[in-house]
Design a protein around this ligand. Sequence first.
Ligand code: BGC
Length: 987
Amino acid sequence: MPNKMALLKRFFDCFCDANRSYGVAPPLRRLSERICKMDNTYEIAGFKLAGRTAVIEIENYNAEKNNCGKLTFKAFALERANYTEFGNIACFTGKEIEKFSGQADYNAADGVFAINLEGAEDGTCYRVEMYENGEKVTAFIIDSGKLYLSSETAGYIAGQLTEEEIASLTVGTTVGTTGDKAVWGDSGETVPIKRFNVPALSVNDGPQGIRLAQNTVWYPSDSLLASTWDTDIIENIGRQIGEDAYDLGVDVVLGCGMNLQRVTLCGRNFEYFSEDPLLTGLAAAAYTKGVQSTGAGVSLKHYAVNNQETARSLVSSEVTERAMRELYLKGFQLAVADADPMTVMSSYNKFNGTYTSVSKPLLSVLREDFGFNGLIMSDWDSGGDSSDKIAAGNDLTMPGHEDEYEEVLQSLRSGKLTRAEAEQAAENILKVICRSNGYKDIYNGKRRAAGKIDKEAQRKEALEAAKAGMVLLKNDNNALPLEKNAAVELMGDACKNTIYGGDGSGVVYCEKQISVYEGIISKGFREADSETSADCGIIVIGRTSTEGEDHANKGGDFRLSDEELALINNAAERYRSAGKKLAVILNTGNPIEVKSWLDRADAVLWSGYAGEMTGAAVAEILSGDKNPEGRLAITWPESIELTGWSADFPGSAASTKYGDDIYVGYRFYETFGVEASFAFGHGLSYTTFRFGNFRATADNDGAVTLSVTVKNTGKTSGREVAEFYVSKPENSGFKQPALELCGFRKTRLLAPGETETVEVTVKNEYIFTYNEATREYTVPAGNYKFSVGRSASDIVLSESAELAGGVLFKAYESLPAPAKKFELLNPEKGFDRAAALRKSAAIGCDTYCSADEGGKYPSANAVDGEKNTRWSGVGSADKRWLVVDLGKPVSLSEIEIVWESNNAYKFTVYYSADNEVTGGTPGTSELPENISWTELRTVEFELADTDFVGFDGISARFIKIEVPSKAGWCSIYQLKVYEQAAGAADN
Ligand code: BGC
């Protein structure tokens, strides 16, 4: 071949010389890329633009030089369409100028092609497509010197960026844009690249409205939107938020929240839709379609398994691959497939040991398995090197700092980050910029004038959604609705201090809000002048939530405070004895404990965080002007102990196990037969409905059609939700939850006596099982039971269908496994309710310790009943120890130690039944005198987390946990001490 190559080179040089008027085409980005298609391998080895002629050199790598396909080319002029100079940007559309005019029948060895570009009018650059036997194999850009950003040129421009430009594009705004922000006060921006007229991309929170200093409407939270079970309503709210974004110049809304509400106490549950992935995915698709219909983009967040706030920036969520694919990633999968979101945000936490933003296998799922083609950005200041993020597929580091810019730049220079990886990230960012409103405004030469929003109209939409999402949890003897103009006694802090949404990045600054108090009064109800003149009592219980903090299983938080309980008890007594009703409104972002007081309320309404119109929506429901139609998107447990996750929560700062595996939310309750206070899907109406004629029909394409008639059998118009569940075949070779949501549909407003037939298509993507061994998303063949119900625990009708099944697709690669094996919930073993409900005898007892970081992590934290507070044994050179004094000798069954260690590798348990001791200062290292210790057992381990040590009826008053002096620091989150059940010692 040398002769031939020499020839080619001469040929090129000659064009090069001739190439004066149009300038030399810079090296082609994909110049050295081999094109393998249909068993043939070529390389575009050379490329020039000479006058209006493009010259392409092809090198043929096939053994049989004359056995390759027929190559043809098409050239397009990238003309500046509707070109207006505005902000110094122009965009291009491709116009085909000529079919290949050279060797159309090329079928030989290496060769040179000349393409005549004469047809171009004002094209300053060109796109050339190469076809083999009529099938497109590649496309490339010919740059004639003046290049502007467009979706056509994004990939090429990425190839032209300097290392500095790539670093500044892939690291957000704090670099180089001081004084130059496109939108002041937004959460972040990308850095513009002047040389190619690339504008900034402005991104801003999300998801309950746009969080800027300006006043915008505060819409219902994601958790309330999901409770509408109405994708039209969700899409409409998305549209309003998109309009606001556009009005404010924000290109991407940082939302919606996609994490499953796995942990009842998660502080950000209000920003998330549901504990169920199908409801999450379909709600997110609707939200995304709504926002993106305005040209604004969304950022589905946080990818992935960011299901708690405790230690969110450090903790590794340890999850099985099956639970990941079937539950935690599925919402993203459905939303990507259905709504093409512009961006996804990776999360703060680690997944099985690696920060999600630097986990290539995890991020690859989005692109390779789900077909996501937008940009992935990091959460704000998340862990991991920026260059590692890029290498893993996390294109953009937000909000971006100088040191991160330097890190990317140096990594590019040293080769730690490859040019190809960096260009890919840059291309992903540029392509999203091309989709953005900011870019399109420039393209159109004008911006829609800001401040054109009709806020009153938006408030009405917010109100409609708020009303549709609130859930009537209880309504004995039709306590609600109230009589018109009833006199009401309004109680509870949140009545006037209503909570409209959560705090943190999700907060929204609105102009005015309507409290429950204002809503009720302006609806015409009278505030009773004395408690005896009231027709009804209304208590509003509120809970705030904030990003960065989880709720706690204590009074005033998950449980009622003593004052709240007293308020309810007292009011219940008064109203009951007067033959009147008491209604409780729960203005919370999360479920709270209700079992212990529920019998005292005649009606309970969950108002959720319904945005600025909360009070107006509550009033419409209380008055009956709105018949409640919301359904719970999360289970309300009887107690925190009776959940699938509580044994693992919150884990340590290092890791949190997902021992509930595929049994999240109602999948746990229904599979393990554990009762909840309110089931997933529960919600009452002022009317009644009857389901009939339920049919499940397997379609030819593998999908299943479900249909049911819904009849309003009551006296009021209302809307019902048909919730469809599937029970997968037991002999499928997989353990399966008892049932799973596989579709839903809300009826239109049905008048009394009216019937509607609702129908849903259950796609394979809704009901797949993930096979870890074969990496297949599959629908195992067999008999599937489909049901329609009023909640996950109230199934009304069922029908079976035989499914032929099949493989949907094979995963690109396996996900990493948890660092170490741990026990998963297993239906064969069941759930030990009694063990879960055991109370620790150590709660609130006196404690002593060797050291506690100068009082920062006191020993009392180890027995406060909270697993997210800890005693830290760091700071002592000697042995670390913690002692608890139970007050008197107690016959014990075992102790449970929830703890974390650095280099500690074992601990020893001592006990003492001494009761005649004196002195000691609790909280310090000064123990009572003369305790005689007996050594019980030494436990060795690799990584501390939860250990049980049996006492088998031994009587002890003092218990000591001691860690050897050589060890590093250790922390005990909770030391639980369980008494021997009465009589157990004798058996
Ligand atoms: C939150 C994100 C948010 C971002 C920007 C982070 O702390 O986790 O949800 O979008 O800040 O405000």
